[in-house]
Design a protein around this ligand. Structure first.
Ligand code: OFO
Length: 172
C-alpha cells in the first residue's frame, strides 16, 4: 500500500509527464510549420513516449488501488525556432524531469517503499536514454555545422525515428 504522500507525488509526476508530451507536441507543430518535418516526426514520437510514461505511472497507481487524479496541464512554453536551441531546451527539460524522478526514488527509499523503488528505477534508466538522445542530436548539429545541407541531412535522419503508434493518419 502506498503512502498518501507517494500517491500525491506520483500524480504530480503524471502531470509532469503529460506536460512533457504537450510541450513536445507543440514543438512538433512549430517545427512542421517551419518545414522541419523530420524534427517534427521525432518530437511527435517523443510525445507518444511521454504519454506512455504518464500512463505507466497511472497503471501503477491503479495496481496499488490508489486514486489517479489528472490535473490541469500548463500551456507548453518555448520560443525556440531553430533546431539547436530547441534541442538544448529538450535536454534542459529532460534534466529537470530526471531530477523529479530522483525525488520519487528518494521518497521511496525514505519510506522503505520497495515496489516504488523498482518502478522508479525503470524511469531512472529511461531518463539516461532521454538525456542521451537529446545530447547526441546536439552533438550531431555541432558536427554538421549550421549549413543548410547539414540541417537537411539531420532532418532526414530524425524522420527515421520509429513510432509504436501509427502516425500516417491518411492510411488509417
Ligand atoms: Fe518522460 O521522459 Fe521525457 O520528459
Amino acid at each position: 500500500m502506498l503512502s498518501q504522500r507517494m500517491i500525491d507525488r506520483i500524480n504530480l509526476q503524471i502531470n509532469k509527464e503529460i506536460y512533457s508530451a504537450y510541450l513536445y507536441l507543440a514543438m512538433a507543430a512549430k517545427m512542421n510549420e517551419l518545414g522541419y518535418s523530420g524534427v517534427g516526426k521525432w518530437l511527435t514520437v517523443q510525445y507518444h513516449e511521454e504519454m506512455f510514461h504518464a500512463m505507466k505511472f497511472a497503471e501503477y497507481l491503479h495496481d496499488q488501488n490508489a486514486e489517479v487524479s489528472y490535473a490541469k496541464i500548463d500551456n507548453p512554453e518555448f520560443k525556440e525556432k531553430e533546431i539547436k536551441p530547441l534541442f538544448q531546451h529538450v535536454l534542459a527539460h529532460e534534466e529537470s524531469v530526471t531530477a523529479s524522478i530522483r525525488e520519487i526514488m528518494e521518497l521511496a527509499i525514505t519510506e522503505k517503499d520497495y515496489a516504488t523503488q523498482i518502478l522508479a528505477q525503470w524511469y531512472i534508466d529511461e531518463q539516461v536514454e532521454e538525456e542521451k538522445n537529446a545530447t547526441e542530436i546536439i552533438q550531431k548539429i555541432d558536427l554538421l555545422g549550421n549549413s543548410h545541407q547539414g540541417l537537411y541531412l539531420l532532418d532526414s535522419e530524425l524522420a527515421k525515428r520509429e513510432s509504436s503508434v501509427p502516425l500516417d493518419f491518411n492510411k488509417i
